[in-house]
Design a binder for this molecule. Structure first.
Ligand code: BJW
Ligand code: ZN
Length: 248
């Protein structure tokens, strides 16, 4: 398939006019960097049980187990680099008047690729938060091999687990951005985790052209204007190159 045939004219035209572009990314955008996704064949949830690792009660029951899992993922993430999909999104931001990147990822790879306006909906794996005083910058000291805040409370990774609220400011901005967008891209997300999965639907209800980029169809595919099947590390650089050509 040639790169021009891969994308619809509607998508290119809307992106070229570049009024308000919003993007939601999920674990799939980082897959080509070597960060495992959650669901699917090689997903983390095949090896680990989400209910034992990604919820607060499980953490309080067995903080050592949960910390082991997060330390393993922190190390993995510290050793990988952004891929062409991340870099293409950083370029796209520079080409658009209004651009917001909303991510469910906690790996910080978008910022490392140069993206500036990033809303992290599920937190950031490199940060800690105190379960007692909620401080994110408390001095860490080790008690019984577990990190603790200077107030004495246990520290946890500053990420959003199941059943927890998303950061309020980011969530409000994300829905506001979605409803004002003229193009909304869903990239590398299975679309099963709420409330993030609703963003593209809100965008579409408000008139945005909604397009999904994924290696396979998702539960949201039927509600998209367009689905582009393929790895985001290939599709996104092609799309950005095509837009650059069209601008000249
Ligand atoms: C590629 C690719 C390549 C691969 N190129 N593509 C019943 C109905 C509706 C909702 C609920 C319900 N029961 C419970 C809920 C709420 C719950 C929820 O949505 N559950 C569903 C699973 C059923 N949501 C919550 O609890 C959220 N909070 C909330 O709702 O608060 C309000 C509330 C509070 C109290 C009571 C009730 C309500 C919080 C959700 C937090 C999610 N947390 C995690 C862990 C974060 C920390 C960490 O990283 O450890 O976030 S879970 C995990 O899933 C992670 C992700 O951000 C999130 C989304 O996953 P994502 O990114 O889509 O990854 P995958 O693996 O699913 O998909 C990857 C995709 O990439 C696939 O499609 C591949 O094909 C594709 N791909 N390679 C392009 N190269
Ligand atoms: Zn504290």
């Amino acid at each position: 398939m040639t790169e021009t045939r891969r994308f619809s004219t509607a998508l290119i035209d809307r992106l070229r006019s570049a009024e308000a572009v919003a993007v939601l990314t999920g674990a799939g955008i980082s897959a080509e960097s070597g960060v495992p996704t959650f669901r699917g064949q090689d997903g983390l949830w095949k090896k680990y049980r989400p209910e034992e690792l990604a919820n607060f009660d499980a953490f309080m029951r067995n903080p050592t187990l949960v910390w082991e899992w997060y330390n393993y993922r922190r190390e993995l993430i510290s050793e990988v680099d952004p891929n062409p999909g991340h870099y293409a999104l950083a370029q796209l931001e520079k080409m658009c008047d209004t651009f917001t990147l909303i991510t469910q990822n906690v790996d910080g790879l978008h910022q490392r690729a140069g993206s500036k306006r990033v809303l992290e909906l599920h937190g950031n794996i490199t940060k800690n938060r105190c379960v007692s005083c909620s401080k994110t910058d408390g001095v860490s000291r080790t008690i019984d091999d577990l990190p603790h805040c200077d107030c004495g409370g246990l520290l946890r990774p500053d990420v959003v687990w199941f059943g927890e609220s998303l950061p309020q400011k980011e969530l409000e901005l994300a829905f506001d951005t979605a409803s004002r967008s003229t193009v909304f891209l869903n990239i590398g997300t299975s679309g099963v985790v709420q409330p993030a999965a609703s963003l593209s639907l809100v965008a579409r209800r408000n008139g945005a052209y909604v397009c999904e980029i994924n290696i396979e169809e998702t539960v949201l595919s039927g509600q998209m204007d367009e689905t582009i099947l393929g790895p985001s590390g290939e599709i996104m650089p092609h799309l950005v190159e095509l837009l650059k050509k069209n601008r000249m």
